[in-house]
Ligand binder design. Sequence first.
Ligand code: ZN
Length: 398
Amino acid sequence: MHIIARRTAIGFGSPLLLSSVRTSKPTDCRGLPIMAERSPHSEVFNKPKIELHVHLDGAIRVQTILDVAKRRGISLPANTAEELKEKIIVHEPVTLTKFLEKFKEYMHVIAGDREAIKRIAYEFVEDKAKEGVIYVEVRYSPHFLANCDVGKNIPWNQTEGDLTPDEVVRLVNEGLSEGERAFKIKARSILCCMRHMPNWSIEVVELCKTYRDAGVVAIDLAGDESMNLEENSNHKVAYEEAVRCGIHRTVHAGEVGPASMVKEAVEELKAERIGHGYNTLQDKDLYRKLLEQNMHFEMCPISSKLTGACSSDFTQHPIITFRKDKANYSLNTDDPLIFNSNLPLDYSIVHQHMGFTEEEFKRLNINSAKSSFLPEKEKEELLHQLYEAYGMMRSTAL
Ligand SMILES: [Zn+2]
């Protein structure tokens, strides 16, 4: 998901806390298991993992926001990390307006600040390494972190400065590279177009081309799924250019939007992966076709509940159908800052409420590595790492 995205068609007033989740395990106020969050030893899958769908601007440390605000002299409505966390995190399914307000709490602190942007990228890699992730693709809109060359309305009510989307990409690349060296994992990035800002999309694909050898592996389209392509053909032009230049493509679709958005993403934008895609299940023919094509779905369990994209009863979650059908999908956090989550917590949820086993965790991570946007040789190396860690002979690959 991303800002401006989601929840145009969400049923409000639904049961808020996870009253429908059948568990006797201790849970916090979100109904999420406490143990998995507090103790790394209780992880349900304490082996190397791959993450393919996580937003850099939704994965910032609260303390970093406080530090940067202090350095820049920006006042915040909170003085401590705990207070700020309470302002930012989502406890229960929220409206689009409320979700947007969460980003407005802190994005003005980070955007437009070179040191902060590099720092959040570096710290992101450290956090992922701690979660047992060995390869991550992190996505962001370069324009959302810039303060010039972004059109008339500068994001987050910033005053105009001199930080361009191009320099934002260079800063993130530097932060990720330094993080890779320090924490010994691999991190690549995906640049996001935003559905409501079609004028940015051509520049986004150009940035993908410019920095394809510096860590940028793909283009994404995020945002409000009620905005279709006919109205905003710049997205299509950008994706056509991506196809022409061999830039990999993923699209947020079928999260809160209907199955037709998934179809559009695959047929019109030539998406190689689908962000979320839960509502694909509404169109049986499309679902069957995508299963046959081995389409990869980037699933985000905790996110899907707290954004209201899916029922808050995890035992009724679409992922259960995808698993039963041996679909190709990954498990991801999406916006861990906003959801107060981490990847082990998402694994814990599907283990507790959907019956995921170690074998399924291995299978989905191997599929994630195969569906990553790494060049073939690096993909082979990554797969080899997983086979070794999982104690699997190559010939018995799932
Ligand atoms: Zn997302």
